[in-house]
Design a binder for this molecule. Structure first.
Ligand code: HXC
Length: 295
């Protein structure tokens, strides 16, 4: 296991620190607020501000932007190498993420708040646009911006003691990291409205019943192992096909059926232009395991 990140409050920006290890052409710096770890082509990003329950300060957002851009860069340019087949996002300590940083927000002007919201929207879109699945491994509180960060991921796995909620209205705030848009997609309009109007939290079992959480685990260790196993399973499939599936799912959100099917047909066309499709179908007919070129 390669561990690239350490907590270092003296580090001030990704550009002014010595680089960490490399994977493919990816070179992670040591982030002030994130830990990064790679094992078996699974990248785990741990938000690491446990004293503030991993609240999403501007610095966390900046580190997430940098880290996701680095992953995206290598996956886009490594021409079939695919050194990362999936990403896990989790939190250090007892919280996944307890929201946007309330302390930092007390001093924000309305325009600064808009910029803060827009910046985090960019992070959530960067997660959606990564060509590999991203799993939120929710190890504790996922509140406000934390729940919104989890909902930007492809899958939400959780430990049975986790809790979810959008308590913004209790602070005189509204969701600003995507909750108004993504929560109804996960749980439906009725429950989303109730949760957003009341700030009521869901425990992990309720969140699973509501469709927010895909899988529940008894311990954090089992949670991380479970997420890791899913990425390993993804890693046996065609990388090009998985990327196309993710792209299609994101692009068709909110479309009419006809428009969505048109996007799917384009995606199907694109799959037929890949070497992975040639290899996958050949291997099936030859009764062999495919060795996907990843293109
Ligand atoms: C800043 C936070 C924080 C947050 C916790 N802390 N949440 N700091 N921003 N969101 C800090 C506390 O101030 C405290 O610091 C330390 O973390 C531990 O928290 P406690 O409250 O002592 O822990 P506990 O009693 O276990 O309660 C856990 C909790 C509670 C239920 C999760 O911390 C809580 O309600 N947090 C706020 C949750 C929330 O409202 N989130 C939504 C934020 S708004 P000290 O220094 O006292 O030890 C949002 C908007 C998103 O997310 C959109 C923005 C554009």
């Amino acid at each position: 296991m390669l561990s690239f990140g350490v907590t270092d409050s003296k580090v001030s920006s990704p550009s002014d620190i010595s680089p960490g290890a490399t994977l493919g052409r990816m070179q992670f710096p040591v982030y002030a607020t994130l830990l990064t770890d790679i094992r078996d082509t699974v990248l785990t990003i741990t938000v690491n501000r446990p004293d503030a329950l991993n609240a999403l300060s501007s610095r966390v957002i900046e580190d997430l932007e940098h880290c996701l851009a680095a992953v995206s860069e290598v996956l886009t340019n490594d021409d079939g190498a695919w050194p990362v087949r999936g990403v896990i996002i989790t939190g250090a300590g007892k919280a996944f993420v307890a929201g946007a940083d309330i302390r930092e927000m007390t001093a924000m002007s309305p325009d600064e708040a808009h910029a803060y919201s827009s910046r985090m929207h960019g992070v959530t879109l960067a997660i959606e646009q990564l060509p590999v699945p991203v799993i939120a491994a929710v190890n504790g509180f996922a509140l406000g911006g934390g729940c919104e960060l989890a909902m930007a991921c492809d899958l939400i796995y959780a430990v049975s003691t986790a809790s979810f909620g959008q308590p913004e209205v209790s602070l005189g705030l509204v969701p600003g990291f995507g909750g108004s848009v993504r929560l109804p997609r996960y749980v439906g309009q009725g429950l989303a409205r109730e949760l957003l109007f009341t700030g009521r939290r869901l425990n992990a079992e309720e969140a699973q019943r509501a469709g927010l959480v895909t899988a529940l685990f008894d311990t954090v260790e089992e949670l991380l192992d479970g997420a890791h196993s899913t990425v390993v399973l993804v890693g046996r499939q065609s990388p090009a096909a998985v990327a196309l599936v993710k792209q299609t799912l994101s692009a068709t959100q909110g479309m009419t059926t006809a428009d969505g099917l048109a996007v799917e047909a384009e995606s199907f066309r694109a799959a037929f232009a890949t070497e992975d499709k040639v290899e996958g179908t050949r291997a099936f007919l030859a009764k062999e395991r495919p060795n996907f070129p990843g293109r």
